[in-house]
Design a protein around this ligand. Structure first.
Ligand code: G6P
Length: 372
């Protein structure tokens, strides 16, 4: 009903708007006054976590994209090898697992069969399983050794938005917590990152106030057939998520690529007026990647692409090559997905509306897939 949607036309719009609160709620009570993380509820003893020699993320759909981003954070902050795998592929390739492996199953619903089967397989092999889940008491956390709940609140729209942002927060929390208990050489950076994460909901809020041009742009692209997405580093999974949202909602052909792969194939797809969304990493920090992606934008634009550039506010280097510029607030490099994903959600939602599609219930999709 209209009341349930609190005045929004769709649950998805309501859920996009709820993201700053969902992010803040997921952080609530998990950062102590001394700036250290307290994930006691997770009940994985620090001594056990120090023994872990490999982390494996398993998930499906949007949650898998959170897992891909987690890999960058976990390896950087903890120096522990981490792989991310589609839950549906995991158990069928006989993965190497033992009691020193931490498997992290990410699932909004906690009922996705592929993810459940992956975690059962992991436990049978003696691995420890931590669930990151949004649904209290659902099957996946019940069958895991430990759980870190996301506090997005109920997500009704089939296409995941606020649950995704909170999955990212939970992944960052786990990565930073592992960094904290294992005491890596990045100690100071871990402390700084915890502080910056604690303030991130303000930046998510800020992005939401600047979305009108994104909606306008989406409407102008309603008759396109294809949209491509490029990103690098943590921007690569953001590009994949942007493409997934567009497929799910607008029923358009959309594909995400790692920008470094452009020259190895995808550049052949660039022709006159093809919209290409590029997620640009911060010019600070890993500036080499920034410069490389700016030359990618130049290359595709020279071949006629219509460039839609998502860049940090104040990034003047992209200006000459951006047909459309979507600015996002400054964040630490690893946290950028929390702000860069939001315009892509709005973009897909508005395109779906412009194409006359049912936003909350896209054709052929289910909110939770309980069969393999
Ligand atoms: C379905 C939904 C997706 C979701 C995926 C995983 O395919 O349509 O939006 O990302 O399942 O769901 P989960 O509940 O495990 O996060």
């Amino acid at each position: 009903s209209a009341a349930e949607k609190s005045g929004y036309d769709y649950f998805m719009l309501k859920e996009i708007a709820e993201q700053p609160k969902a992010v803040a709620d997921t952080l609530l009570g998990r950062i102590g006054a001394d700036g250290a993380l307290t994930l006691d509820e997770v009940r994985l003893p620090a001594a056990e976590l120090r023994e872990i020699d490999k982390v494996v993320m398993v998930a499906c759909g949007t949650a898998y994209h959170a897992g891909l981003i987690a890999k960058y954070a976990i390896e950087h902050w903890t120096r522990t090898p981490c792989e991310t795998e589609l839950a549906s592929e995991f158990r069928y390739r006989d993965p190497i697992l033992d009691s020193r492996t931490l498997v992290i199953a990410v699932s909004q619903s906690g009922e996705t069969m592929d993810t459940l089967m992956a975690l059962r397989h992991a436990r049978e092999q003696g691995a420890k399983v931590l669930a990151i889940c949004n649904t209290n008491g659902s099957t996946i956390p019940r069958e895991s050794d430990a759980v870190l709940y996301t506090h997005a609140g109920p997500e009704v729209a089939v296409a995941s938005t606020k649950a995704f942002l909170t999955q990212l927060v939970a992944c960052y929390l786990v990565a930073l917590y592992l960094g904290q208990v294992r005491g890596t050489k990045w100690g100071d950076e871990v402390i700084a990152a915890i502080r910056e994460l604690s303030a991130i909901s303000t930046q998510v809020e800020e992005v939401l106030t600047t979305m009108e041009p994104v909606r306008e742009l989406a409407r102008s692209l309603a008759d396109k057939e294809t949209v491509l997405f490029l990103g690098r580093h943590v921007g690569y999974p953001v590009a994949l998520e942007g493409a997934l949202k567009l497929k799910e909602l607008a029923y358009m052909h959309a594909e995400g690529f790692a920008a470094g792969e452009l020259k190895h194939g995808p550049i052949a797809l660039i022709e006159e007026d093809v919209p290409v969304v590029v997620v640009v990493p911060s010019p600070r920090g890993r500036s080499v990647l920034h410069d490389k992606i700016v030359s990618n934008i130049q290359e595709i634009r020279a071949r006629g692409a219509r460039t839609i550039v998502i860049a940090e506010r104040g990034d003047t280097a992209v200006l000459p090559y951006a047909d459309h510029l979507i600015e996002v607030p400054r964040t630490p490099v690893l946290l950028q997905p929390l702000v860069a994903t939001v315009p892509l959600q709005v973009f897909a939602c508005e395109l779906a509306t412009a194409r006359g599609n049912e936003v909350d219930q896209p054709r052929n999709l289910a909110k939770s897939v309980t069969v393999e």
